[in-house]
Design a protein around this ligand. Sequence first.
Ligand code: NAD
Length: 359
Amino acid sequence: MAYDITLIPGDGIGPELTEATRRVLEATGVKFNWDVVNAGVDVIEKYGTPLPEHVIESIRKNRVALKGPITTPVGYGFRSVNVSLRKMLDLYTCLRPCKSYAGTPTHFNNVDIVIVRENTEDLYAGIEFEQGKSETAEIIQMIERLSGNQIRKDSGISIKPISLTGTERIARFAFEYARANNRKKVTALHKANIMKYSDGLFLAVAREVAEKYADIEFEDRIIDNMTMQMVKNPAQFDVLLCPNLYGDIISDLGAGLVGGLGLAPGANIGDEAALFEPTHGSAPKYKGMNKVNPMAQILSGVMMLRHLKEMEAADRLENAIAAVVREGKSITYDLLPEERRSQAVGTSQVADAIIEKLG
Ligand code: NAD
């Protein structure tokens, strides 16, 4: 049987990375029918929008998508295609493993953390009021009236909604994921001491959900303390349950702990669809140079294989990637120390080396 998968190459470095990933995934022996559709600034002229309806339809139909990064140009009048996709498909979980592979230039060799980030609420909900606008003055007046607090009239306002429903489903996802993947502990991140009604609600609901999973240890950390503990002793953490903003920041911190963005895969998962893409962006300055590391995109492909329950192929592919990193002969510049960067190979050569290891 072949899997119908939506493939969105993206822009910048996206097409090179998704091509490398497509070749590697096919080399596992698993069969795919790729439905290639494009989104981003390059399709605006043709479709009048960076996110054409047929792209959404394809994902809704196939329920699984592999996506390259897409640029969000500054100064255009549309929202990020990436954020829109997550919203339109209600991909409420952002799953980002941070795992150290032997051979990477990093201070830690024992990190194996999975970040479960809420993907639809919080300060990323996109509810904002611009400084100086009449509706902003109105909202300031209303808040002053209802809360009794003063806000400077020349403020801009961003709203941070965190709901019981949104928190409950992400908390349940984190515990279910922990259980299914033999993980021992979930740590919730928050700043509930300051934001009692948003982060406080997040923590209270996480605690309530935790009670239903007695087999999984539960703890919480205030986010500022957490960043210090992550860089001091990351091995103490297992699954991290995060509201949207802290999850975003801690993802890059996690990527830095295991050797950089070139090794940081990700998935956006909802009840109806799942979309697999690396944590990093489109790095436009490297477009078409066959230079950047495809491993984050390929590891996102490994996550996709696991989602499809192709466990054996996923393990084989992850082992092949780990072997290439360990050997250190066919790796891109980002995994090499400064003095050895002249020995770096390109994106497609990394894919070739992984395919060779697959045998
Ligand atoms: P970026 O992640 O694209 O690049 C930052 C730097 O990280 C690069 O200059 C490069 O040095 C390094 N890097 C990134 N990917 C790498 C790889 N695979 N191998 C080696 N090095 C790599 O971040 P940015 O420059 O802030 O964003 C560029 C564009 O991407 C922006 O328009 C942004 O909105 C967009 N973006 C898209 C997504 C997505 O599609 N999901 C995610 C993040 C950013």
